[in-house]
Design a protein around this ligand. Structure first.
Ligand SMILES: O=C(O)CCC(=O)C(=O)O
Length: 310
């Protein structure tokens, strides 16, 4: 594996071949994204990159040995102990290791996304890896990413890079097809943002939800407004996914930009603009903020009527 570092360009992952054009989406895949709000793309991450992604992740997780509290990178499972470490999530991996920076700009992923949100692509935030470990890897309650970060237009999506095979038994990502065209549901509990939908209270029927499956190296792409979640992993196999959110460079966060250099420093491809594109989009602001900050698991603790059994 070769990394190229320079002060001007993000590090890059070496490709098996210069064939990123073959990752441009077909009309049918674009149509699926537009009508159903998601698409699953197999064999996007090649074997070398996947091996390195797993290795770097294992190294980070090993740092949980001996610690008692969450760190800025490691979100610990409630049953974690210093001797039997259990990490639930790696927070902001982009800032934790250069390889995660490289994989964020992986050319096949950029090629695939350019067919959906155009050639000017910005990474939003440092991402996360949900580890959903074997045994009882934590559920993620139903939610819409848009509820966390509304933008001026909806060319905003999340990419999930599968480190492990994802099947029915290990807590696959569940999506509600077409829900990205519906309302933005209330993600509040007791008047405070909790990052989860009380599906009973909101009258949201999730019985038609679909499981997303794929082998390690597959990527999932879902629209920021799509309702999604995932159940507990009761299997003997981990289900680790690296999630990155990308937006068209002209989609600006409605919560504001506090540091323009940092914002523009996350452009993976193309050019910035100071003229956000405005669309008529439904919005509920994620305020007042959740008292339990740190990760979605902490936020969602506030939800009273949990859908997934823990
Ligand atoms: O890990 C999962 O299954 C879902 C994760 C997710 O949607 C999130 O963390 O926002």
């Amino acid at each position: 594996m070769v990394w190229f570092f320079s002060t001007n360009t993000p590090p890059q992952v070496a490709l098996r071949s210069n064939n990123e054009d073959s990752f441009l989406l077909t009309e049918r895949q674009v149509e699926q994204y537009n009508t159903e709000g998601y698409v699953v793309l197999e064999n996007v991450i090649d074997e070398d990159a996947l091996a390195q992604l797993r290795q770097v992740t294992d190294e980070l997780v090993a740092k949980a040995h001996g610690i008692t509290e969450h760190t800025s990178t490691l979100d610990l499972d409630p049953s974690h102990t210093p001797d039997e470490p259990l990490v639930r999530r790696i927070k902001h991996p982009y800032f934790a290791h250069p390889f995660y920076q490289a994989i964020a700009a992986y050319p096949p992923i950029m090629a695939a996304l350019s067919t959906l949100i155009g050639d000017d692509i910005r990474l939003r935030t440092g991402g996360k890896i949900n580890l959903k470990l074997a045994g009882d890897g934590a559920a993620v309650e139903w939610h819409q990413d848009w509820a966390f970060y509304p933008h001026t237009n909806q060319d905003v999506l999340a990419v999930g890079m599968l480190l492990d095979d994802m099947r029915t038994d290990n807590g696959p990502l569940l999506v509600l097809p077409g829900s990205h065209k519906g309302p933005i549901y209330d993600h509040h509990s007791d008047g405070v943002f909790c990052g989860a939908i009380d599906v009973k209270r909101e009258g949201l029927d999730v019985s038609q939800a679909r499981e997303l499956h794929g082998s390690a190296g597959t990527i999932t792409v879902h629209h920021a407004r799509l309702v999604h979640g995932s159940a507990v992993n009761h299997s003997t196999r981990a289900r680790r996914i690296l999630f990155y959110v990308y937006a068209s460079c002209d989609a600006w966060p409605l919560m504001g930009v506090s540091d323009l250099d940092e914002f523009d420093g996350m452009i993976m491809q193309g050019a910035t603009t100071l003229r956000p594109r405005m669309e008529q989009v439904p919005v509920r602001m994620p305020l007042p903020a959740a008292p339990n900050q740190g990760s979605i698991y902490e936020n969602q603790r506030m939800l009273k009527n949990k859908h997934f059994r823990t």
